[in-house]
Each structure stands twice: as C-alpha cells, then as structure tokens.
Design a protein around this ligand. Structure first.
Ligand code: PMP
Length: 361
C-alpha cells in the first residue's frame, strides 16, 4: 500500500523526507559506525545533534535569548504536572482557563500541589467557544495563568494572545506550535509534546523565560526541577535521544520549507478548504465550533446521520485517507492537519467528502 494521507491527531504524520533521512541513517549515523540511537548521549555525535536541534528550533520559533529551552521525556502531561512544582509556591493560586479536554487535564495535574483555580471555562457550552476575556476571573496573586492555545479534541483555538497583565501566561502549544509566527515574549512559558507538529512522540519541549526559573517553586526531586535539567543541558538522565534526533530532522525540514511564515499561509488555506467542505454541505457535515474560535489544526466534524460513520471511514480508507475517526470524548470525525499534511491531502479529503455526500446525501 502506498503511504496514505494520515489525519492522525498524534502521533501524527511526519514529513516523508524526514522518514527517508531517518531510514538512510538508521544503520549508520555519518561515519560513527553505529546508529545515533546506539551511541552515548554524552558522545560527540549526539551532543552535536542536541546543539544543532536547539539552534534550529530557536531559529524556527524566533525564541528570544532570555528564554531557555528544555527537552524532556514524559510528554506534555508531565510538563503540566511540573509547572506548579517549579513555578508556584506551596499553596499559591494558579489560574486555569479551560477551553477543552486538555486545559482540564492541565488543571487536574496542578490540583494536588497548588490552589488550582478555574478562571474561566466554556465547558457548560460543550467547549464550542472561547470564554470571553472580559468574563475571566483572574487572581492577582496567581503564580501564572494557563491556557491551551489549541484544543486538539474540541478543535478550539485562541486566535489572539489574551492579555493577562503582569502574571506570566503559560500556554500549551502541543497541537499548534510552529504552525504560524508567535511572539513568544508575550508568554512566561510555552510547551508542547512533539508528536503533532514537531516530530515523534517521546519528547516534549518547554520554552521558559529565564526569570521564572529563579522562582523557588516547591520541594521536588532534581529530576523534576527544570533548573537542574537546564544545568545538565536536558541530560540529567538518559534523554530520548532517537526522538530528539527525529525532532531535529523535523525542525530542519520546516526551516527548509520556508519556516513558520510559510506554514501559516499553507495552514490557513488548508483549514479554509476543509471548513468550506463542511459548511457548504448543507448540513450533511457539521462542525459545532464558533467560527472565530475554530482550530486550524484539528477539525472535528459530524455526519448528519451517524449511521453513515462506518461507511465514511471505510470508504475514506479505500481512498487513501486514514485516521479520521473522532476522539471518543466527542465521537464523529476529526481531521488533524498539521504542518506535515500537504495541501493536496486536505484537497483529497474535501473531494472525498463531496463525493461521499453525492452518494449518500
Ligand atoms: N495537550 C494537548 C493540547 C494535547 O493535544 C495532548 C495530547 N494529545 C496533551 C496535552 C497530552 O500530551 P502527552 O500525551 O504528550 O502527554
């Protein structure tokens, strides 16, 4: 079978060029006589991979010099658990804005070790919109305000960076990092699991303003301490070196494609194409998110007749379009269209949707 267009939410499609390079270097990395994943993380080959990857990521995302980058195993969820340990004093308030499943997860991770407050939530409306900024109840004494830039399951995305005053804003960019230019200086920290827009699962990235690292936080083991991690250059213990290497290849590929500005244009066109296929279907397909809050990365949609779901998925698969089944929390369908998804893939999906409707409408 040829490679299909893969709409998986994460782990997600990787650029074919990245997979081919990894394949070519699988048995021997350069002239090292071994694969990069077989070599010490303290050896010259991997140290160069790590150095180059950080340099490229800094270029790609225009990371200001006063921000540190931590590469870490454990996924975005572990970062969510470590945020209050590192950046909030014992018992200090932390404010969470819940716009979907993952914001709620982040809040749950913080609850055991902080006074985790819900500053705003759109849960009552089924997470179909962003709670208006004017209705947020922020705590002046909060250690930080946490938002989810893009909700992977509910398909809701912040299109503007909310102003939260002097309290540092921390944002989960797991499913939208590097999808468009971002002014990182507006944030105290941003973070992302790599498995959607940055590379493979098994590694996550935290980009944090250095002054936040001076906070004493709460008692914690060194392995949970981002200061200690940084001093050890993210190698306090054996890092996920293969994943780090793959992330490096993916970042370099994005730079070669024109960087985040180029992806922003492509991503806007891709999203417009897909939402048009839904909105112009006369109700055969439906997306329930308020238009201004619709995600450019994850597009959940429903068929007017749920009984057609299985046929839709089977026919899509036969047409070379895979991983369209929606998350169990919402049901229906979901197309994830990250940077590695070419415009031709989204066009193929839109064409398929019109064709399917023609046969079943
Ligand atoms: N945040 C968001 C926005 C996500 O989409 C996900 C995973 N889908 C997570 C957090 C959790 O990430 P991980 O599985 O890497 O812990």
């Amino acid at each position: 079978m040829a490679r299909a267009y893969n709409f998986s939410p994460g782990p997600a499609a990787l650029p074919e060029a990245v997979l081919r390079q990894a394949q070519a270097e699988m048995l021997e990395f350069g002239d090292a006589g071994a694969s990069i994943v077989e070599l010490s993380h303290r050896g010259p080959e991997f140290l160069e991979v790590a150095r180059q990857t950080e340099a490229d990521l800094r270029t790609l995302l225009a990371i200001p010099d006063d921000y540190a980058v931590v590469f870490t195993a454990g996924g975005a969820t572990t970062i969510q658990a470590l945020l209050p340990l590192n950046f909030a004093a014992p018992g200090q308030a932390v404010d969470y804005v819940l716009t979907g499943h993952w914001g709620k997860t982040a809040w749950k991770q913080a609850r055991p070790v902080a006074d985790a407050r819900i500053a705003a939530t759109s849960e009552a409306g089924g997470f179909r919109d962003l709670p208006p900024r004017a209705e947020w109840t922020l705590s002046p004494d909060a250690a930080y305000v946490h938002v989810t830039a893009n909700e992977t399951i509910h398909g809701v995305e912040f299109r503007d960076i909310p102003d939260v005053g002097d309290v540092p804003l921390i944002a989960d960019f797991s499913s939208s990092i590097a999808s468009e230019p971002l002014d990182i200086s507006r944030f105290g920290a941003i973070y992302a699991g790599a498995q959607k827009n940055l590379g493979p699962v098994g590694i996550a990235v935290l980009i944090v303003r250095r002054d936040l690292l001076a906070r004493s936080g709460q008692p914690r083991a060194p392995i949970f301490d981002y200061r200690a991690q940084l001093e050890a250059e993210s190698m306090l213990n054996t890092p996920p070196s293969w994943n780090w290497y793959m992330l490096g290849l993916t970042v370099r590929w994005m730079l070669g494609q024109g960087g985040v500005a180029a992806f922003a244009e492509r991503n806007a066109r891709k999203a417009a194409l897909l939402y048009a296929a839904i909105d112009e279907s006369g109700g055969f397909y439906r997306n329930d998110v308020a238009p201004a809050a619709r995600s450019r990365m994850n597009v959940p949609f429903f068929l007017h007749d749920e009984a057609l779901n299985e046929a839709f998925l089977a026919d899509a698969r036969a047409a070379g379009l895979v991983s369209l089944k929606g998350h169990r929390v919402l049901g229906g369908m979901r197309a994830s269209i990250y940077n590695a998804m070419p415009e031709a893939g989204v066009q193929a999906l839109a064409d398929f949707m019109r064709d399917f409707q023609g046969r079943h409408g």
